[in-house]
Design a protein around this ligand. Sequence first.
Ligand code: ATP
Ligand code: MG
Length: 249
Amino acid sequence: MLEINKLNKTFDGIQAVKSFDLHLRPGKITALIGPNGAGKTTLFNLITGFISPTSGEVVWRKRNITNMSPHRIARQGISRTFQQVKLFRSLTVIENLLMAKRKGAYEGFLAALGRRTAFKKMARQHHSELQYHLEVLGLSDKADDPASALSYGQSKLIEILRAAETDPQLLLFDEPVAGLNPVMVETIKSFIIILLKQRGITLFFIEHNIPFVFDVADWVVVMDHGVKIAEGAPEAIRDDPKVIEAYLG
Ligand SMILES: Nc1ncnc2c1ncn2[C@@H]1O[C@H](COP(=O)(O)OP(=O)(O)OP(=O)(O)O)[C@@H](O)[C@H]1O
Ligand SMILES: [Mg+2]
């Protein structure tokens, strides 16, 4: 699984991530919590190759992926979502999901392929599977709508689904339920349980919604000022004085 060893990242004198060690548990759901500016997104960017560490290493299934490009890391089975939703707004919902099925192919190339034969064939192949996934998210009637017509919450659900459609071994979600209404938060919970946990996909997610974290996570990692200040089972973290002082207090 994923191992992070002594990872450091400094931005213009600010140490965003400090000597961070982590071993993710395969098939489990791990949450990363911590105050604003703690370095959580930076850690995700380091894991997925969007930025390079100042020092330290990221090892994925015994292979050193430190400094690998985001594209190559994605092809190794690590998929992610962003704090800001990034859908192809002019493509339909189904087309956005089909793009994910073609992980490893360049987005521009696929966008150009857009409405052509190969794409249509792929659409037929994956149709019932994608419809079922949309149903789990309560969005089956949106399949052929352009992504630009979705509400903020709906786009977020599709962004999460899109990351899952790459058939990853590890999924990283950056604040999956931020800004979602309570019904959608419940939808994401079912999605995680039905479509991720049952398939043994390892999930590592950042979230400020603490009730959600304690509800779905098997393991919780707490970060403050770039440092891992605690990790443990949800019940243990809830009662940890260091965590309460830094964050939950
Ligand atoms: N590209 C960058 N250039 C310079 N500084 C950065 C960059 N990215 C992050 N930082 C700084 O690193 C620190 C950690 O930021 P990061 O975005 O990782 O925090 P976070 O824990 O995700 O916070 P939030 O909960 O608000 O999303 C902050 O001080 C931030 O300003
Ligand atoms: Mg962040």
